[in-house]
Design a protein around this ligand. Sequence first.
Ligand SMILES: O=C(O)c1ccccc1NCC(=O)[C@H](O)[C@H](O)COP(=O)(O)O
Length: 230
Amino acid sequence: MPRTRIKICGLTREEDVQAAVAAGADAVGFVFYEKSPRYVTPARAAELIALLPPYVTPVGLFVNHTAQQVADTVAVAPISLLQFHGDETAQQCAEAARAAGRAFVRVFRVKPDTSGAELLEYERLCRASSGLFSGLLLDTFVDAYGGAGKVFDWSLIPKDLAHRAVLSGGLSVQNVTGAVASVRPYAVDVSSGVERAKGIKDARLIAEFIRGVRAADATFEKDPHHENPG
Ligand SMILES: O=C(O)c1ccccc1NCC(=O)[C@H](O)[C@H](O)COP(=O)(O)O
């Protein structure tokens, strides 16, 4: 059973990048949405990305940016993967990814009435729209688009989608082991749950969060036939 990948999102400070790397994060996220309390300029993101060792993926978050804005950002900040977190259409995501020359993750913001069929169809459309589509991230629907620390009903995720999707929205030290054990996602993504204040991460919470994911991974290794109950 491969281990669950982990992304720590919304980094703004050197010490937080270092804490995420030291704790074993696979990816780190930089928010380029100006209305976010975690906003970083492309130049600031470039400084933080320069601290990363090889094989830790820098991800850039965009909300309703134009293709040109995404390309301009990537020209300054050497991010490896785009994350489209707004109301972009599949075509707009594909166009921005082409302009930037990067693969992208598309966010689906889940509502209480979202169906499993809707999620699968959305993923199919994203895949059909572009060879640069890398995967779906499932977050909770909030007006502010993301980073709100709110959980959605994980039982809405079809089992066959979960294993290739990124689970996000309100994950924390308290719930991440249970989340990974029940959903068995490809990866998890967290921001608020490892923060002391918005944009200010806590090294102890990051380390505990990652240990929480690994605790769930260890149970899969012991029980390879474990079935996702969802
Ligand atoms: O972090 C923000 O402020 C933000 C603003 C607008 C769009 C996305 C944003 N963040 C995305 C994330 O940090 C995560 O991918 C995701 O939403 C989980 O956040 P959280 O529930 O806080 O763990």
